[in-house]
Design a protein around this ligand. Structure first.
Ligand SMILES: [Zn+2]
Length: 133
C-alpha cells in the first residue's frame, strides 16, 4: 500500500516537472517572439528551444499517460479462500504476504467464532471487462 502511495507522489512530482517545462518553453517562445523583429539569432534560438522544450514535455506526458493506462490494465486482485475447521464455512479476503494453500490461520470464523481457519485456495481475480476481451 505504501509502495503505491510512493509511486503516486512520484507521479505528482513528475507532472509538476512537466508542467514547469511547458511553462518554461512558453516563456522562451514568448521571449523569442519579442526579439523576433530585430532578427537576432539569439531570439530565434530561444524560440526554437522553447518549441523543443514543449515538444519533449508533451512526449513525456503522453508516455506517462500510456504507462498509467497499462498499469491499470494489469491491476488484478489476489484473493484467499479460507474455510473454518469447525463448521466448514468459507470466507474470502485479499491475500496477505506469505500465505499458502493448506496453511492454518488464527482468523475468527464469521459464523461460529472459532479461531482456526484453513486456506483452501489462493487465486487471481481478473476484472470482468478484461476477461471478456
Ligand atoms: Zn466456523
Amino acid at each position: 500500500m505504501s509502495e503505491e502511495r510512493r509511486r503516486e507522489s512520484y507521479m505528482i512530482v513528475f507532472f509538476f516537472i512537466i508542467s514547469i517545462s511547458i511553462l518554461l518553453g512558453a516563456v522562451l517562445i514568448w521571449v523569442g517572439l519579442q526579439g523576433a523583429p530585430s532578427g537576432s539569432i539569439n531570439s530565434m534560438m530561444q524560440f526554437l528551444f522553447g518549441i523543443i522544450t514543449i515538444a519533449v514535455a508533451a512526449k513525456m506526458m503522453s508516455d506517462l499517460m500510456k504507462t498509467r493506462e497499462k498499469e491499470k490494465e494489469h491491476k488484478y486482485e489476489v484473493v484467499t479462500v479460507l474455510q473454518c475447521k469447525n463448521c466448514g464455512v468459507k470466507m474470502e479476503r485479499p491475500t496477505r504476504d506469505g500465505e499458502y494453500v493448506g496453511m492454518i490461520t488464527e482468523e475468527k470464523c464469521q459464523k461460529c467464532g472459532t479461531s482456526s481457519m484453513i486456506i483452501r485456495f489462493i487465486y487471481c481475480k481478473t476484472p470482468l471487462e478484461q476477461a471478456v476481451s
